[in-house]
Design a protein around this ligand. Structure first.
Ligand code: FES
Ligand code: FES
Length: 182
């Protein structure tokens, strides 16, 4: 029987470049988890429904079970493991990760990496989202535990933290209707 066709691809994942000889049918999520051993990206359904496999590809949140690894050739991937190394993380957790911790935005944690990556894409595009915008951004990510309320609070916490940091660095703090900085 003929071997399955393969391709040589390059993926830059969390800032590190990887050359991979990979079967053309291999899904990106399997390349991330099994070839690169980055198991923070989860698989819940393998059919695009749950969002547990969400990563950023060239800055856009995608479900990595819906793409062949070969389709991501040449792209930059960010997974949850790379969050702590981003400039906004300083020496600690990324503000989104801190938000999930502080606001109890997780219970079993299975959905959390995907939620964090979907939230990262949102806050990159919209630094001050309202509740509806947050709920829309995570609407492709299922959580069977939390009821979502504390996930929304976690994203709001992260937005507040990043606004405060930006203000301290010389930016401006966005005011809410109540006049409180957020
Ligand atoms: Fe990809 Fe569920 S594992 S959407
Ligand atoms: Fe359990 Fe979301 S915390 S699935």
């Amino acid at each position: 029987m003929a071997a399955n066709p393969t391709s040589e691809i390059t993926l830059t994942v969390n800032g590190a470049e990887h050359q991979l000889e990979i079967e053309d049918r291999r899904l990106l999520v399997h390349a991330i988890r099994e070839d690169l051993d980055l198991t923070g990206t989860h698989i819940g359904c393998d059919t695009g429904n749950c969002g547990a496999c969400t990563v950023l590809k060239d800055g856009e949140a995608i479900k990595s079970c819906l793409m062949f690894a070969s389709q991501a050739d040449g792209s930059e991937i960010l997974t949850v493991e790379g969050m702590e190394d981003l400039p906004e993380s300083g020496e600690d957790l990324h503000p989104i990760q801190a938000g999930f911790h502080e606001e109890h935005g997780l219970q079993c944690g299975f959905c959390t990496p995907g939620m964090i990556m979907a939230s990262k894409a949102l806050l990159d595009a919209n630094a001050n989202p309202d509740e509806t915008e947050i709920r829309t951004a995570i609407s492709g990510n299922l959580c069977r535990c939390t009821g979502y309320q504390n996930i929304v609070k976690a994203v709001e916490y992260a937005a507040d933290e990043m606004a405060q940091t930006a203000a301290a660095d010389g930016g401006t703090v966005v005011e809410t209707d109540g006049g409180e900085p957020r």
